[in-house]
Design a protein around this ligand. Structure first.
Ligand code: CTP
Length: 385
């Protein structure tokens, strides 16, 4: 029985990057032997075990054969006679198909080191096409390694296009699409994830709403995403910006975004911010000159109850404003909300104001605060911010 370090750990160590997870392959053993050595079986889909001390993953070397659709439709063969080279052959990219033995010796039958040197993402074999998730993985690796100069090999690009054409991507479950997308959003060049997917046709299949909006807005959402990356805004903001549908905030835009969010099962927090940003875009970029309408907007944005989300929304609006060279509602409006929250309703009640009149009195005081806030804003013609 021999163990080898494989996959991302070898790749990232060779790139001089920090290694997060270490995956191991075991050659010449079977499940019984592993368990006798104290390993704990955890694999649902194929034989993988946790090391009794390090808790790192050890998989038995295996070959795979396509038996159905999507990335789960596989039959595997794991037995002591499966070689390391056979196990590496079934992997996605040459840079992910290298192994290192216990003495630190590199085993690289598919020229991963050469491709790493040339900054090239290249598939190992035609078996790449058996797993549609790999199209998203390549796009995600582009988002992660673009700054190091990586590109996709022409033949891999062609294969990705053919996979999209074949209709295989329709078998990806939404959770996996979102999982890859979320990981990609956190990468240094997340815009390249969408660009690569768009180039091979996958974006049009998996997220047609984003694809259509990119065309309609002449790539503005990707420029916004790039600026968000430069300013280190979190993935939450990045998703809202990249899913921008139009500048007009029509009902159809909101419906399209809702459809996207539902299809990909986008988590609530991401969905809400993106929807709110799309829905209120025009007001967020309009100078607030009327206290009453400003207060109404803050109410619509649920600013009293959700100041943090409002702040995220204002940060998205500020960024878009920078890009379009227009004003946006400044974050100082959060101070106005803070004041509005501290209005003492009990003091009003002690004055004998009750019921609907109390609500109205509170509203008037808040509008008054909004008026004062507007007056404090620096005048730039009729605009602010
Ligand atoms: N792998 C594959 N096809 C997939 C998923 C994984 O060939 N659809 C192989 C690759 O060899 C990969 C390894 O399994 O390197 C481990 O997969 P995973 O941990 O998902 O990815 P990493 O390459 O380690 O990348 P990351 O840094 O994102 O974890």
């Amino acid at each position: 029985m021999k163990t080898y370090l494989v996959g991302g750990a070898v790749r990232d160590a060779m790139l001089g990057l920090g290694v997060k997870d270490r995956d191991w392959v075991v050659v010449g053993a079977d499940a019984r032997q592993m368990e006798a050595e104290g390993f704990k079986a955890v694999g649902r889909d194929f034989p993988v075990f946790l090391h009794p001390k390090t808790r790192e993953e050890y998989a038995l070397a295996r070959t795979e054969r396509k038996s159905g659709h999507g990335y789960t439709g596989f039959e595997f063969h794991a037995a002591p006679d499966v070689t390391l080279e056979e196990d590496l052959l079934r992997r996605d990219l040459t840079i992910n198909a290298m192994a290192m033995d216990e003495s630190g010796q590199l085993i690289d039958p598919y020229q991963g080191a050469r491709d790493l040197e040339n900054r090239c993402l290249r598939h190992v074999s035609a078996a790449f096409a058996e797993d549609p998730l790999r199209v998203l993985r390549v796009a995600r690796f582009c988002a992660r390694y673009h700054h190091l100069g990586f590109h996709i090999a022409e033949e891999t690009q062609a294969l990705m296009g053919a996979m999209v054409e074949s209709g295989e991507l329709a078998h990806l479950v939404p959770e996996r699409v979102w999982q890859e997308t979320l990981s990609a959003l956190g990468e240094p060049d997340a815009d390249h994830y969408f660009k690569v997917l768009s180039d091979c046709g996958a974006l049009g299949v998996l997220m047609p709403e984003i694809e259509v909006a990119l065309e309609r807005l002449q790539q503005l959402p990707l420029r916004a995403l790039r600026l968000a990356q430069e300013q280190a805004l979190p993935s939450l903001h990045r998703f809202a910006l990249v899913s921008l549908q139009s500048l007009a905030a029509t009902e159809e835009d909101c419906t399209a975004l809702q459809r996207l969010a539902e299809r990909l099962r986008v988590p609530q927090e991401f969905r809400e911010l993106a929807l709110m940003f799309n829905r209120h875009l025009p007001e967020l970029h309009q100078p607030a000159s009327q206290a009453e309408s400003l207060w109404q907007l803050l109410e619509q944005l649920d600013g009293l109850r959700r100041p943090q989300r409002l702040q995220q929304l204002l940060e998205c609006a500020r960024l878009l404003g920078e890009l379009l060279q227009c004003s946006s509602l400044p974050t100082s409006v959060l101070g106005l909300l803070e004041q509005a929250r501290s209005i003492d309703a009990r003091a009003l009640m002690q004055q004998g104001i009750q019921g609907a009149a109390l609500g109205e009195a509170l509203r008037q005081r808040r509008i008054e605060l909004a008026r004062q806030w507007i007056e404090q804003q620096p005048r730039q013609g009729a605009s602010h911010g």
